[in-house]
Design a protein around this ligand. Structure first.
Ligand code: ZN
Length: 608
């Protein structure tokens, strides 16, 4: 047993086959009235109660070799009987969540977030603690290495051994990967950055590093040219089909699809690689926006229950705005490619009727129960604080530029947020961004925030984008896969296609309605989410042929639809509707005046 005065954890991937970590926690000075221990209910950055404590399978306590009684107080809290001397807690954690938010262990690798595996010692949350990472036993694990941004104390060359953290919040902010992986390094502003790729892949790591260097360098310049850290780690897990990321102060944890990574010899930026770079850019931007510039309500965030803020539109939306914007500003993609991404995001927002019912401030506040707990009715009821938040950020940026003749922009607001809140560690009050935007720009912003952030009316993107030399048009989708994008010069169709107004998924022999949109033909006919369509106008329906069958229905005619609901065959009378103009096209306008051209170049900071 280590002899020391501070709390220490020993984590051991002891049973990879059973997906169990064994953790020992040493508490040299337990609370005199009995030590309480808790595990977080959620992980910062992901606003859903996940109840990580459910994965603690066994838990025992001892002191000086004698067992100590443990009482469970609630779903995530234990209390040990009082004892004198070092209290030792031994517990097993089941780790079978291959996401960036939990812990995962099998015979190929071990991954954990501290919030899944390290019990918090009540009353000693801000005390320094040590972590010892023990390698699994057995020859097949002999080449495993450790990748983490926890601070090293003394470790083997493979990274096993001792680390430390300044307190519990720091302890759980360093996701850790253990296994066989590939790593590469590059520097940004003199600070070492590392990319660790786990999972099978044949990616061109050198190219990834080259692109990340440009992305990180651009963002570092945006925030003043100096990085507030001594090292940064991109921890990437490569899978067949996956996408996700979680931000941390000194690292980010990502899951990506194998096909999104560039192959050696490949030159162009594929859609998948653009998505991957956008994800990296997003999580890196968070090292400022949300990890250091934090909502005041998160500064002493209670990890045992929901913490509500109306500001996620800014912390996620502004980050989502800058993730793709960074790609064009750092020269990774051209302006056309950026407009394609922007048009797709505008389309995404326009296709959600919930945008007219929920503001981004409300969406932020209710993230826990609505955005993170989406159901069949979500498209009708909620708006994404990511997707619309990014459009609010765009509108804010262009409005500031337009009304100050480019003397002010969102870049300046971000720099001011960094100076005032990020560097000082003070939390951003709920009205802090609005106040700062007014102070920096000298404009009265209340009307803007009332409409864009607290209101549900559509943003006036058309006139704003046109003032910056970008053409904007809405049209009906040309097929089920049409997500909008750069303007296509193909012949316009004379009559818009017909639509059912539902989102469809494959279900056995039929087509299942995942969502029925408000006001749609499907809803008016009485169809509901969960119905499995089997025939349309007497012809067999599948998810693949539905679009084609819908097109063949004569306009204005009601046709029978056969569907199963609760295994009962039902018939509905359906009158299809013309597809709404909910698909956005953007393009670079030609013949601009000097002011438009300058405004566009300043905004995209790209030669066009
Ligand atoms: Zn994010």
């Amino acid at each position: 047993m280590p002899k020391q005065q501070h709390i220490s954890y020993r984590i051991h991937p002891s049973s990879p086959e059973a997906h169990l970590f064994k953790v020992e926690l040493y508490i040299p000075q337990p609370a005199t009235g009995g030590q309480r221990l808790t595990l977080p209910a959620w992980i910062p950055g992901s606003y859903l109660i996940r109840d990580f404590a459910k994965n603690i399978i066994t838990l025992m306590a001892s002191c000086k070799g004698e067992s100590v009684q443990v009482e469970k107080l609630d779903k995530q809290t234990w209390r040990c009987a009082p004892c004198t001397g070092t209290l030792v807690i031994t517990y097993e954690v089941y780790a079978w969540d291959l996401s960036v938010r939990g812990a995962h262990l099998d015979t190929t690798h071990a991954y954990f977030n501290g919030s899944s595996v390290f019990l918090q010692v009540a009353g000693q949350e801000s005390s320094r603690c040590e972590v010892e990472i023990i390698p699994p036993e057995g020859k097949s694990f002999a080449h495993w290495q450790v990748a983490t941004t926890l601070r090293k104390v003394r470790t083997s060359h493979q990274g096993f051994g001792h680390y430390r953290a300044g307190g519990y919040a720091e302890l759980i902010d360093h996701p850790t990967e253990i296994g066989r992986f590939e790593r590469a390094e590059f520097k940004v502003k003199g600070v070492p950055h590392e990319v660790v790729l786990s999972g099978r892949h044949q990616a061109d790591l050198e190219r990834i590093c080259h692109d990340l260097e440009a992305i990180c360098g651009y963002q570092a310049d945006l925030f003043g040219g100096r990085l507030p850290l001594d090292r940064y780690l991109f921890l990437v897990y490569v899978v067949g089909d996956g996408y996700g990321g979680l931000e941390h102060r000194d690292s980010c944890s990502l899951i990506c699809s194998r096909g999104d990574l560039p192959q050696p010899g490949e030159q162009k930026v594929s859609e998948g690689y653009r998505r991957f770079l956008g994800l990296c850019s997003h999580e890196y931007f968070h090292l400022w926006n949300v990890k250091r510039i934090r909502p005041a309500r998160f500064v002493k965030g209670d990890l045992s229950r929901e913490v509500h803020t109306t500001l996620l539109w800014a912390f996620e939306g502004i980050t989502s705005y800058y993730d793709d914007l960074t790609l064009v500003r750092s020269g990774r993609i051209d302006a056309g490619s950026y407009l394609e991404l922007l048009a797709q995001n505008i389309t995404r927002v326009l296709r959600s009727g919930g945008r007219l019912k929920q503001s981004v401030a409300e969406s932020s506040f209710d993230a826990w129960t609505k955005f993170y707990k989406q159901d069949e009715n979500s498209p009708n009821a909620i708006v994404s604080y990511y997707a619309k938040g990014a459009l609010v950020a765009l509108t804010l940026d262009l409005t500031l530029r337009r009304h100050t003749r480019s003397a002010c922009s969102l870049d300046m607001i971000m720099q001011a947020l960094w100076e005032k809140y990020g560097k000082t560690g003070r939390g951003v009050p709920e009205d802090g961004i609005e106040r700062l935007a007014e102070r920096i720009s000298g404009l009265d912003m209340r009307g803007f925030f009332d409409q864009a952030v607290r209101g549900t009316a559509d943003l006036d993107l058309k006139s704003l984008l046109e003032a910056f030399g970008i053409g904007y048009r809405l049209r009906p989708a040309s097929n089920g896969k049409d997500q909008g994008g750069l303007r296509k010069l193909e012949q316009e169709r004379g009559t818009p296609r017909l639509t059912l107004g539902a989102r469809i998924v494959n279900e056995g022999q039929g087509a299942k309605l995942a969502t029925v949109l408000d006001g749609s033909a499907a809803q008016k006919a009485g169809l509901a989410a969960g119905d499995v369509l089997v025939a349309l106008d007497g012809l067999r329906v599948t998810a693949d042929n539905l679009e084609c069958l819908v097109e063949q229905v004569p306009r204005g005619r009601k046709v029978p639809v056969h569907a199963f609901r609760r295994d009962e065959l039902m018939v509905f009378k359906l009158k299809l509707q013309p597809a709404p103009a909910d698909t956005c096209e953007l393009w670079l306008l030609e013949e601009l005046d000097a002011q438009q051209l300058q405004g566009r170049q300043d905004w995209l900071q790209a030669q066009i």
